[in-house]
Design a protein around this ligand. Structure first.
Ligand code: ZN
Length: 360
């Protein structure tokens, strides 16, 4: 099995960004966005406009992409272990803390360099006893020393939304504006170590551990970008999303504007950031046919009827109500669901959930 990474610009010449597509292998919108990015990045490189390095992983999960069960692709979980491909990334904080202890000083930029070197070393030393461990190690090594990590996913049916670590939000906010995100979910720890958190969370944790005398900035902004739903695969959307991602890198000074052009203008924020702990899933209390009554992206109120669940033998109709005031941002694509299926999710403002905050 091979993993392809395309490297544009020059490593070490400036800031680094890594973008990867479809870590959950059968999330196809990211694959098409990466295809558009590949052409655009090659042109930007030829024009000398990439000021550091941009790494593009056009297929982040060849293991999952090769999995098939009864004619259906199965890219979310590894068949051999049952593990979610976007969980169980190593938290390198402790290893790096031990390595840099006593070596940090008052200069934040120097501290970033010292910590990045330790992160590279720790990521390179991760075990790769199985195929999925090997995949995780390769991917983490491509991103662990990046200033910006953009992990391109999608949901079942959804509006464009983002997940990021709370302390990274000020740096990610322009991305939300440029992409027109209709929900942004923030968490310090969302549970089971997804990829974006493995890249970003060592920084705030090291900052807290070593204190203000040896300042450690949030030097990696890592965002999980949910490119709508599984079937939202069109050239129009992919070209627009690729442009927005490049505009973000341009806004951050990683890509030079075209000669004579001003830097990109930030559009208004479409949705305020809300806690991931306030995003409430609604599950099917019994099996049945799902009929949605509100459109994705709608602002809804607690108690509002968002869908009907119809048990076709008995004729039982169970209304599915909004658990909170918020934005209806995800729906299940299938229209017949077994008991317990997560049917929809509403992003509310109050952090009411605890424990593992991501779906399985
Ligand atoms: Zn995903």
């Amino acid at each position: 099995m091979e993993l392809l990474s395309l490297h544009f610009g020059q490593a070490g010449a400036g800031p680094k960004a890594t973008l990867q597509a479809a870590l959950h292998a059968d999330e196809i919108p990211g694959l098409l966005v990466a295809h558009h990015l590949r052409e655009r990045l090659a042109a930007l490189e030829a024009a000398g406009r990439i000021l550091g390095e941009v790494v593009l992983v056009p297929v982040a999960n060849p293991v999952g992409l090769a999995q098939r069960v009864l004619h259906s692709p199965l890219g979310r979980f590894e068949l051999a272990s049952g593990e979610n491909f976007n969980r169980h990334y190593a938290d390198l904080t402790e290893t790096v803390a031990a390595s840099v202890d006593g070596r940090l000083g008052a200069d934040p930029a120097a501290n970033v360099e010292i910590i990045r070197a330790a992160l590279r070393e720790a990521a390179a030393a991760l075990p790769a006893r199985t195929q999925v461990e090997s995949l995780r190690r390769v991917l983490l090594n491509l991103s662990i020393d990046a200033d910006v990590v953009l992990d391109l996913h999608c949901d079942s049916q959804a509006v464009l939304h983002l997940y990021t670590e709370t302390s990274a939000w000020p740096q990610a906010e322009p991305l939300a504006r440029l992409m027109g995100a209709q929900a942004v979910l923030l968490a310090e720890v969302s549970g089971d170590n997804p990829f974006d958190e493995a890249c970003s969370t060592p920084w705030p944790r090291l900052a807290a551990r070593f204190g203000p005398a040896t300042p450690v900035p949030s030097a990696c902004v890592a965002v999980t970008v949910e490119l709508r739903g599984e079937s939202d695969v069109t050239h129009e959307l992919a070209a627009r999303d690729a442009q927005a991602l490049l505009d973000y890198l341009c806004w951050r000074g990683m890509i030079a504007p075209a000669p004579g052009d001003a830097p990109p203008v930030l559009p208004p924020l479409r949705a305020e950031a809300t806690p991931l702990a306030g995003s409430i899933p609604v599950s099917a209390p019994h099996g049945g046919v799902v009929v949605y009554l509100r459109e994705l992206g709608a602002t809804v109120t607690a108690g509002e009827r968002l869908a009907d669940l119809i048990e076709p033998m008995s004729g039982l109709v169970t209304p599915l109500l909004s658990p909170v005031d918020g934005v209806l941002y995800v729906q299940e694509r299938r229209r017949f669901v077994p008991t317990g299926t997560g049917v929809l999710r509403v992003a509310g403002r109050e952090a009411v959930r605890t424990g593992k905050l991501l779906s399985a």
